[in-house]
Design a protein around this ligand. Structure first.
Ligand SMILES: [Zn+2]
Length: 474
């Protein structure tokens, strides 16, 4: 996907060839690329007119027209804007051709996600451009700005850099390169970053993107500039798609992992997580025998932070969480002494998926805050966050690695019925309200099969502890 350096390069190669050229003919071959106008209107708007100048904002290109108003273009995944002097060679992926008296330019897009808008009032509403964060080269994009923006979120720093509302123009390739340059682990929870670290992200962003513009962008697959030429920054990439190769700074093998579904590349040595503390997120659904596993980890020296225990702690009589839950669900869930009638609430909530969701929206942020502060305060080298809803509640962002406990479903159901003294129907509803093992497995660095003997489970735990900290899914 073209990111800031590529879009800037397209602008720089296209602009000198099209400004001041009277548009004589327009061939809209596929009007799906026109977002807020009909092809008739588009043609009427530009025919006989010309582009005065071009500019770029984030990943958007803007054509400023002589008659007033702009054309806005977002290239999305595979959009290309190519100029020509003589009769162009057009294929089925060319959706729009604009002709001058001599030459012109066309829009080609294999995946067809790119879009054109006509904007007459300079406000750009509806294009997405109106909500963009600062440009990486802006003065406004500084350490204190990032610190403030990051403090509101608990997600990995990489996903924040990809958020165009925080900073405009950065995509998957440059986010990895910038974080490598800054020496920051892409999975660090962004609110843990210091001012100094935020400052180094800003200066790395500016340095990396500037260099990429000088090299006319990165061509990984589809990207071409306005002359149909490839960029050359791919030759200078240090970390992106280099998994298994030695880090150019320290020689450690580069890792690949997945952050919000995007391939993410980093050096585990140059981009370490918060500290020497190893945080394991332990999950596996209710009654999967996690407590045996966390108990064993505790006997090996780990500090255990139990999310269920926190969930019980926050339900103090007359406390905020309890009052809010009781009020939200229409009251009647408290005992005479103000404590929670656990059974009543559970029977009511688990009968309806929306109620479960509502309850989680109230309780998860509070549990998350307490869990995080306990992890940070722990003086142990090994901390285990034991949470049945680790992934659903997004607690896994705090963890260096995720352990998922597997147990076959029959065993799970019978354990739950026995443990909580409930019937089969309720047990099934509770199990169904959680994500499936198959879903959790996708996040797992380690899977512990707890269907066998205790000795077997212990052996798996010892092996997992000896393994490399961070998932390497090369
Ligand atoms: Zn390194």
């Amino acid at each position: 996907m073209p990111e800031l350096p590529e879009v800037e390069t397209v602008k720089r190669t296209v602009e000198p060839k099209i400004t001041g050229q009277i548009i004589t003919d327009i061939d809209v071959r596929n009007d799906a690329v026109l977002e807020n106008v009909s092809s008739d209107f588009f043609i009427q708007f530009i025919q006989g007119n010309y582009v005065v100048s071009m500019s770029r904002r984030g990943k958007y290109l803007i054509f400023h027209m002589n008659q007033g108003g702009d054309i806005v273009l977002h290239l999305r995944m595979t959009g290309q804007l190519i100029t020509f002097e003589n009769e162009p060679a057009l294929d089925k992926h060319c959706h729009l051709v604009i002709y001058f008296e001599q030459g012109g330019f066309y829009y080609r897009d294999v995946r067809r996600f790119g879009r054109f808008w006509i904007v007459k009032d300079g406000k750009y509403s509806g294009t997405g451009m109106e909500r963009l964060g600062p440009e990486p080269f802006d003065k406004a994009f500084c350490g204190s700005y990032l610190l403030e923006a990051f403090s509101r979120h608990h997600c990995p720093v990489k996903s924040e850099l990809l958020d165009q509302h925080i900073v405009a123009g950065i995509g998957n390739i440059y986010a990895d390169e910038i974080l490598f340059d800054a020496g920051i682990n892409p999975f660090r929870s962004c609110h843990t970053l210091t001012l100094k670290e935020c400052e180094s992200i800003c200066s790395s962003a500016s340095a990396v993107l500037k260099r990429a513009i000088e090299k006319r962008g990165t061509t990984f697959r589809d990207y071409r500039d306005g002359d149909g030429e490839k960029g050359t920054f791919q030759e200078l990439l240090k970390i992106f798609h280099k998994q298994g190769e030695p880090c150019p700074r320290c020689g450690t093998l580069i890792k690949k992992s997945v952050c919000n579904g995007r391939g993410t590349f980093y050096c585990p040595k140059c981009q370490p997580k918060d500290s020497s503390k190893r945080v394991i997120g332990l999950t596996g659904g209710i009654a999967s025998g996690k407590s045996f596993i966390s108990g064993y980890l505790q006997s090996l020296g780990a500090e255990i932070i139990d999310a269920d225990e926190i969930a019980r702690e926050i339900m103090v009589p007359h406390g905020k969480v309890l009052e809010k839950l009781n009020k939200t669900f229409g009251g009647g869930f408290l005992n005479d002494d103000g404590s929670l009638n656990r059974k009543k609430l559970r029977d009511y909530v688990f009968a309806d998926k929306d109620r479960v969701k509502t309850m989680n929206q109230i309780t998860h942020p509070v549990i998350r805050r307490i869990a995080l502060s306990r992890i940070q305060k722990s003086t142990k080298d090994l901390v285990v966050l034991d949470a049945p809803l680790l992934i659903e509640a997004k607690f896994h962002f705090f963890c260096d690695e995720i352990w998922v406990v597997y147990v076959d479903e029959k065993k799970q159901r019978s354990r739950l019925k026995k443990r909580d003294n409930i019937n089969e129907k309720l047990a099934d509803e509770i199990i169904a309200s959680q994500c499936s093992f198959e879903y959790k497995k996708k996040y797992a660095d380690i899977i512990i099969d707890n269907s066998g003997t205790r000795a077997n489970t212990k052996k798996q735990i010892r092996l997992a502890l000896a393994q490399v900290k961070i998932k390497n899914d090369n």
